[in-house]
Design a protein around this ligand. Structure first.
Ligand SMILES: Nc1ncnc2c1ncn2[C@@H]1O[C@H](COP(=O)(O)OP(=O)(O)OP(=O)(O)O)[C@@H](O)[C@H]1O
Ligand code: NI
Length: 342
C-alpha cells in the first residue's frame, strides 16, 4: 500500500476520562485509505468507529482526548495541527457526513445558504455565485428543481433529500477524503441504495477517497474496496473486501459474517448463528485479546494481546491463530476459523 494512501492512521489512541477512569474508545488503531478507494469500517456498536472518524478531524471534545498516535494526511501529521489549521482542512480537504441529517443541518438557514457557505469560505466567492454553485451541487446529487430547493429550509425536505443536501455540502469543497458515518442508516432501503449509488458515482467522477462507517455488511459488500473490522477500540482485521468475504480470518470477522441472514439456505426454525456473549465493558476489558472471552477457539496464549500482523496476502490480522506461537487446536490453523459449514 504505502505511498498511494491519502491517509495513514498509526496507533491512534483516543480516550475519555470520566469518573477517574480512562475509557479507551480508540485503542491503537492503524489503517490506510488508498487514494481514490473506499475503506469500510465495521464493528458492533461501541467499537470506536465514530470516535476514530471524529479523531481524524480532531472533533473530540472534553472529556475526550487524542492521547497518542499519528494521523498522516498527505504527508503531514494532523495530530500536530492547531484548531486554526484544522478548520482549513475540515470541510475543505476532508469532509464528513454525519448519521443524522436533521441535527447536522441548521434549521434557520436555507439549503443554499448552507451549501454556499463552503464556497464563500474556501473559494471566497460572493453571495450570487455561491447560490449558483449550490444549485450545481444540488443537481449533482440528483435533487429535482434545484432552483426552487436552494431557497428552502431543511424542514421542507424529506429525509432522503436532506441526506442528499448533506452530501452536497460535504462535496461542495471537492474534498480529497470524505468520511461518511452511517450515511444511510436512517433512510429506507430504496433511498439508501440511491444514495450509495450516488456516492460511488461521484467518487468515480471526482476521484475522492472515502471512509465508510457502517455496521451493515451488505453496504460494505456493495461500496467498499477495503475493510477494517474494529472490536473494542482496535482493528482486528484489515483486508480487501473480496478477501474479507471469501476468506475471513479473525474469529470475530467470521462471527460477524455468520450472523448475516443467508438467502441461499432455508434457515427457518434454525437459530441464526450470532456471536455468543457480549462486548466487555471498559471497566472489565480483557488485558489479552479483547475477543478471547467470546472466541470459540481461545487458548492459553490469548491471555496476551496479539499484534496486528500482515500475512502473505497483505491482509492484517490481530489473532494468535495465525502466529507461529499458536498453542491451541492445530486444526483451526489448517481449516480456518469458521464454526459452521459455508
Ligand atoms: N462522550 C463520551 N464519554 C465517554 N465515553 C465515550 C463518549 N463517546 C464515546 N465514548 C466511548 O467510546 C466508545 C466508542 O464509541 P463510538 O461512538 O466510536 O462507537 P461506534 O463504533 O461508532 O458505535 P455505533 O455503531 O453505535 O455508532 C463507546 O463505547 C464509549 O465507551
Ligand atoms: Ni458510531
Amino acid at each position: 500500500m504505502g505511498n498511494d494512501s491519502i491517509i495513514k492512521i498509526r496507533d491512534l489512541r483516543t480516550s475519555f476520562f470520566t469518573q477517574g477512569m480512562e475509557v479507551r474508545a480508540v485503542d491503537g488503531v492503524t489503517f490506510d485509505v488508498p487514494k481514490g478507494k473506499t475503506l469500510g469500517i465495521v464493528g458492533e456498536s461501541g467499537s470506536g468507529k465514530s470516535i476514530s472518524a471524529m479523531s481524524i478531524l480532531k472533533l473530540i471534545q472534553n472529556p475526550g482526548k487524542i492521547v497518542g498516535g499519528e494521523i498522516e494526511f498527505k504527508g503531514e501529521d494532523l495530530t500536530n495541527k492547531n484548531e486554526n489549521e484544522m478548520r482549513k482542512i475540515r470541510g475543505n480537504e476532508i469532509s464528513m457526513i454525519f448519521q443524522e441529517p436533521m441535527t447536522s443541518l441548521n434549521p434557520v438557514y436555507t439549503v443554499g445558504q448552507q451549501i454556499g457557505e463552503s464556497f464563500r469560505i474556501h473559494e471566497k466567492v460572493g453571495k450570487k455565485e455561491a447560490i449558483a454553485k449550490s444549485i450545481d451541487m444540488l443537481k449533482l446529487v440528483g435533487i429535482p428543481s434545484p432552483e426552487k430547493r436552494v431557497h428552502q429550509y431543511p424542514y421542507e425536505l424529506s429525509g432522503g433529500m436532506r441526506q442528499r443536501v448533506m452530501i452536497a455540502m460535504a462535496l461542495a469543497c471537492n474534498p480529497e477524503l470524505l468520511i461518511a458515518d452511517e450515511p444511510t442508516t436512517a433512510l429506507d432501503v430504496t433511498i439508501q441504495a440511491q444514495i450509495l449509488e450516488l456516492m460511488k458515482d461521484l467518487q468515480n467522477r471526482l476521484g475522492m477517497s472515502i471512509i465508510m462507517i457502517t455496521h451493515d455488511l451488505g453496504v460494505v459488500a456493495e461500496t467498499c474496496d477495503y475493510v477494517a473490522v474494529m472490536y473494542c477500540g482496535k482493528v482486528v482485521e484489515y483486508a480487501t473486501v473480496e478477501e474479507l468475504f471469501a476468506n475471513p480470518r479473525h474469529p470475530y470477522t467470521v462471527g460477524l459474517l455468520e450472523s448475516l441472514p443467508r438467502h441461499d439456505v432455508d434457515v427457518e426454525g434454525e437459530d441464526l448463528s450470532v456471536i455468543r456473549g457480549s462486548v466487555p465493558s471498559p471497566a472489565n476489558m480483557p488485558t489479552g485479546c479483547r475477543f478471547a472471552p467470546r472466541c470459540p477457539h481461545a487458548s492459553e496464549i490469548c491471555n496476551r494481546l496479539p499484534d496486528l500482523e500482515e500475512d502473505e496476502h497483505g491482509n492484517q490480522i490481530r489473532c494468535w491463530i495465525y502466529s507461529d506461537e499458536w498453542d491451541g487446536d492445530p486444526e483451526v490453523k489448517v481449516h480456518g476459523t469458521r464454526t459452521t459449514q459455508g
